[in-house]
Design a protein around this ligand. Sequence first.
Ligand SMILES: Nc1nc2c(ncn2[C@@H]2O[C@H](COP(=O)(O)OP(=O)(O)OP(=O)(O)O)[C@@H](O)[C@H]2O)c(=O)[nH]1
Ligand SMILES: [Mg+2]
Length: 498
Amino acid sequence: MKPSIKILGFMLCNCFFWYTNNAQKYSCVLHRVNEVIGLDFDTIAAIATAPGEAGIGIIRISGKNAIDVGNKIFKNRKQLSLRDCEERKLNYGYIYDPKDGKKIDEVLMVYIKGPYTYTKEDIVEVNCHGGIVPVRKILEVILENGARLAERGEFTKRAFLNGRIDLSQAEAVMDLISAKTDISFNVSLNQLEGSISSEVKKLQNVLLGMLAHVEASIDFPEDDVEDLTYSNLQEQGNLVLDKINRLLSTVYTGKILREGLKTVILGKPNVGKSSLLNAILRENRAIVTDIPGTTRDVIEEYVNINGVPLKIIDTAGIRETEDIVERLGVDKAKELLNEADLVIAVFDTSEELSREDYHIIDLIKDRKTIVLLNKSDLPSKLNEEDLKNYLPNKRVISTAISKNEGIDKLEETLEDMFLSSEVQISDSTIVTNVRHRDQLLKAKNNIEDALNSLTLSMPLDCIEVDIKGCWENLGEITGDTVGEDIIDKIFSEFCIGK
Ligand SMILES: Nc1nc2c(ncn2[C@@H]2O[C@H](COP(=O)(O)OP(=O)(O)OP(=O)(O)O)[C@@H](O)[C@H]2O)c(=O)[nH]1
Ligand SMILES: [Mg+2]
């Protein structure tokens, strides 16, 4: 039998009341409520451009008094103040100190009334001469005339608290600013446009539907509400679990985009590992000599190869040694191998395979590895077939690093591996943020618990707790259910003026 209108109505109300009751717990929602009922925030200002000498510097003001502040300190050539100038237009004029009427700088100034601004508040932006002194002087006069200095990330925090973007989008702003490669920039841009939020919101809606069914079933046990069956909840729960697993499966790629593909160069001494690092970086970063055991410590550098972010690590040549410093270096190299996303194993083709080479073959055989047969410019003594038999299914590239031969092939291979299924990045919704990953893992645990309880036909109120838990975990990603302490921590990692 279909559920009656009465039950459906009740389910919806229940759902709404549950949502609002829970939402009240969280400060961010209270802020949004404050905003709706008119408790505005104060007026903030900060320098938005990087410190130092530059063509222009920008100072931004946001809040209910922003235009008043701008009004007090600006006059255009016709002696009109800011409010009398056109909105959303760069107005040419001067900043004056109202204390003594002294001219401070020649500027272009714009004001935009909320809510169609970055923060949804009134915004004023001053474009002045770049350089530490003019920018600082103008900021000082702004602060003396009704604004206070913004905290880190406070403009974006307001955009969030005023409901223009959610928390995952605010976090994407920071990622966008700090993006080191085209790929991580594109992923951050997707997140800013709401790729994570929309996936999470879809899941939250499914969970809200499940909760409404559960509540109706608890409140109307006597009604035959067909959709409330355990199997129906199970079906929806599995759908949520699948989606969460899919998002979690992108975490590895996200980590690479954030931290770079951890690539360890490994080989016995003197095969050309440091030469390779220098060739990839196109600078003499590491010392290269023909003395085996030259590199003793680990050298880490970030490099961008055809858009692929690499954290490339040169290590000490692997061999048994009495030298304490070198031995520590060798131990460190082996340790790094365990954390590596990728290994570049270098062999010297001008020599036969040695005991150390066999040891290295042993270390890398189960790892994602590119094999380099280096010093191909010298007469070959190494039996390549033997090596390929020991290391089947590995990509093998012939190089003469000191002559810069084969480096482009290596770079193409790295790009190919990154873009192919070996290291996937084709999915536009990629979880790059550790906080999002942690919440997804918690959400996964909760929905799995709910599914187990459903299988065991446990009472519905027990199952409800886990579904609510899952909904809350997902809400922490978008900021619907996040506490003020977490919000403060997130925005404290922003730069000033953003
Ligand atoms: N002929 C030739 N020599 C090379 C090639 N690549 C590197 N070399 C030389 O091999 C020697 C050792 O190079 P490195 O890059 O220091 O080797 P490494 O593996 O870092 O050595 P360790 O730090 O001692 O482990 C240097 O003299 C390089 O110039 C190559 O392709 N051909
Ligand atoms: Mg070296």
